[in-house]
Design a protein around this ligand. Structure first.
Ligand SMILES: *[C@@H]1O[C@H](CO)[C@@H](O)[C@H](O)[C@H]1NC(C)=O
Ligand SMILES: *[C@@H]1O[C@H](CO)[C@@H](O)[C@H](O)[C@H]1NC(C)=O
Ligand SMILES: *[C@@H]1O[C@H](CO)[C@@H](O)[C@H](O)[C@H]1NC(C)=O
Ligand SMILES: *[C@@H]1O[C@H](CO)[C@@H](O)[C@H](O)[C@H]1NC(C)=O
Length: 619
């Protein structure tokens, strides 16, 4: 009898110790098992000739659940088989009019709507990669993005005709075929496609049309903006498509889930994690044209949404909506996304209830990714033995000022210790490839890091500084170029922005460093957006900044803007701000300067600017 009690006490103690010292073991194991299952499936898909792509996975679901809702949009439901047939019609119509061959890229310029998904799948059924153009960009940028894809065909939504018309002369010079999804179009050089679509058969497109597709041929091109320059077209191969689509399954979702997508489909979060993730599961998506904070939870209730997708701003905007008694009345159990700041994350949970925030990290084009599946606040991922085995990555010492990795006497990079921030690099191997950017070998080479730990080795340079803690959680520190150095100190722009955003009256903030003639480094500057109609309370802002930031990190200059770009083209925008600097003669917005004597942010004029340049005013 006593042996029994000793055993019982022993096992209880063991369980307690286990929970205390390995609190994440079960969850680690569960995710590891899911990854293992995916790995098996993935390699069996890859062994087939031609391989099983996401299009084939979609067709499997159509067979299995023809009448299951696939996309719900503005109250209208499209089932798996309805969307399948629509995609056949679209594929056939484009095929008939443009005479596409396998491998020919087609660029699409469309807002969030079911047609986006149908057109994409229809083209994929023809073996054609699809370039997702960002519908917010226009003119030269749009033309640049289109040209990068190498496409000979552009298909645009009817609401985007004016964007197309702006670049039409250049497109016509290159003999590009331009279609619009409209009943008719009178503009010369733009052909309407609707008649052909309506007349086209909805019968399946034969597999032979995509017989040359392999795991390493492009599936889609997605534009990513670096810290400098114009957007780059990241090549997403079919194999990478599978991997990204698996993401949402790794969070523990199933075919009964309903995923709410408000993010633009031209980014990988909406299209690859959202739509492809849904296809891989055989689940349902509720698609919205645009994110709306006020409609968000009503939609979740109406459509019984169980999974939401976010970027950092989404969570903040949701928390900014006035509290309602119905805040916890919903069935959302998981939020998948990235960029959640710890404070907003906590507030979000407090307010909207027990939702598992599944934060992840992974550049669209990168070969490394992390996921925080245990809901540890602030962390973007968890690193286990398996992560390291399947995805060899390192955090290496980085010189923020020179903007190069630190190398030792032998010329090798140096791994940072736990708890220290380092540049994330991922070894490029057969199983963790980096497909690069379409039509630009130079940009691709720029993301390569060579001779890292030994001569001839090759890594993908993520451009991000991350930190691994002693519990194996990984945290975002900074994006390279998002740090500036002033008075010998490193200042993280996101850190300063977070402090500014604590203030009620700062709606948006974008922080950066600007060069001052005759000074080393860059001095802090911020573009801020105030609620419309309000004037800046310089004194309050000063007191807040002085209370929360060291002297060197305080933004010395402010520019007030009516709108701050936080999504899509954000990095671009920042580069523009840095270039414009703080000269009232060139900056159109109101400018302010931090005034330590008067303890306020005072209006800045040309006189002040001149005395800074002539060094009469010390910074
Ligand atoms: C476009 O087509 C015209 C006529 O067929 C041809 O002369 C011209 O070289 C083409 N231009 C390009 C850039 O292919
Ligand atoms: C035809 O054009 C209209 C826009 O006028 C669009 O809303 C509709 O979806 C198009 N139909 C098809 C089948 O593409
Ligand atoms: C949501 O769930 C409720 C209860 O299960 C059900 O009555 C309702 O029809 C569902 N709504 C939709 C749009 O599926
Ligand atoms: C700033 O960053 C550089 C490069 O990472 C580092 O060597 C230096 O110690 C940092 N300085 C401070 C004050 O943290």
């Amino acid at each position: 009898m006593s042996t029994f009690y000793i055993l019982l006490a022993g096992s209880l103690l063991a369980a307690l110790l286990f929970r205390t010292f390995c609190p994440y073991l079960w969850r680690d194991l569960r995710v590891t098992l899911r990854m293992f299952g995916f790995g098996l499936k993935f390699s069996s898909y890859g062994r087939r000739k031609p391989p099983v792509t996401l299009v084939d996975v979609f067709l499997q679901k159509v067979q299995k659940w023809p009448d299951k809702p696939f996309v719900v949009f503005e109250g209208r439901v499209l089932t798996y088989s309805e969307l399948d047939r629509l995609s056949n019609k679209l594929g056939r119509a484009v095929q008939a009019r443009a005479g596409l061959r396998q491998g020919d890229c087609v660029a699409i310029l469309l807002g969030n709507q079911p047609l986006f998904v149908a057109l994409w799948l229809g083209l994929a059924k023809l073996g054609c990669p699809v370039a997702f153009l960002n519908y917010n960009i226009r003119g030269k940028s749009l033309l640049h993005c289109f040209q990068r894809s190498g496409a000979q065909v552009l298909i645009a939504g009817s609401d985007l005709r004016s964007s197309v018309e702006e670049v039409l002369p250049a497109l016509r010079e290159e003999n590009i075929t331009v279609f619009i999804l409209d009943d008719k179009c009178t503009t010369e050089g733009i052909e309407s496609l609707n008649d052909t679509i309506q007349a086209a058969s909805d019968q399946p497109l034969p597999l032979s049309l995509r017989s040359h597709v392999t795991f390493s041929t492009p599936f889609v091109y997605i534009y990513t903006s670096g810290t400098t320059g114009l957007p780059k077209a990241a090549i997403i191969t079919h194999s990478r498509g599978h991997r990204i689509a698996f993401f949402i399954a790794a969070c523990g979702l199933s075919s009964s889930d309903i995923i709410y997508i408000t993010l633009p489909l031209y980014h990988s979060a909406g299209s690859l994690i959202g739509i492809c993730g849904c296809i891989a599961l055989g689940a349902t998506v509720v698609l919205r044209r645009k994110f709306s904070a006020s409609q968000f939870w009503d939609d979740c209730r109406t459509y019984n949404v169980t999974v939401i997708q976010y970027i950092g701003e989404v969570l903040r905007y949701l928390c900014n909506v006035p509290k309602k008694s119905s805040d916890r009345d919903h069935q959302v159990k998981i939020a998948v996304g990235n960029g959640a700041r710890a404070d907003v994350w906590k507030e979000f949970l407090n307010r909207f209830g027990d939702i598992q925030v599944c934060e992840f990290y992974g550049a669209t084009e990168g070969n490394v990714g992390f996921m925080n599946y245990v809901g540890k606040i602030g962390a973007l991922g968890r690193v286990t033995f398996l992560t390291r085995k399947t995805m060899p990555f390192y955090l290496i010492k980085y010189d923020v000022e020179q903007e190069v990795p630190v190398r030792d006497a032998k010329g090798h990079c140096i791994e940072v210790a736990k708890g220290e921030a380092g540049l994330l690099i991922g070894k490029i191997t057969r199983t963790t490839p980096f497909a690069g950017y379409a039509g630009n070998a130079i940009l691709t080479e720029k993301k390569h890091l060579r001779d890292v730990f030994c001569k001839g080795d090759l890594y993908f340079n993520s451009g991000d500084l991350l930190k691994l803690d002693h519990d194996n959680f990984i945290y975002f520190q900074d994006r390279i170029g998002d740090t500036f150095r002033w008075k010998g100190e490193n200042v993280s722009t996101s850190e300063v922005a977070d402090v500014l955003l604590m203030l009620e009256f700062v709606k948006e903030a974008c922080v950066y460093g600007v060069a001052v003639p005759g000074h080393e480094g860059r001095i802090g500057m911020a573009a801020i957006q105030l609620p419309s109609g309000e004037d800046l309370d310089g004194a309050q802002l000063y007191e807040h900044v002085a209370a929360h930031l060291p002297n060197y990190a305080r933004p010395r200059f402010l520019r007030e803007q009516t709108r701050i770009e936080t999504t899509g083209t954000f990095k671009h925008y920042k580069v523009m701000l840095v270039k414009e600097g703080f000269n009232p003669a060139t900056v159109q917005d109101s400018l302010f300067i931090l005034d330590d004597q008067k303890r306020t942010y005072a209006r800045m004029d040309q006189g002040i600017y001149n005395s800074i340049i002539s060094k009469q005013v010390k910074l």
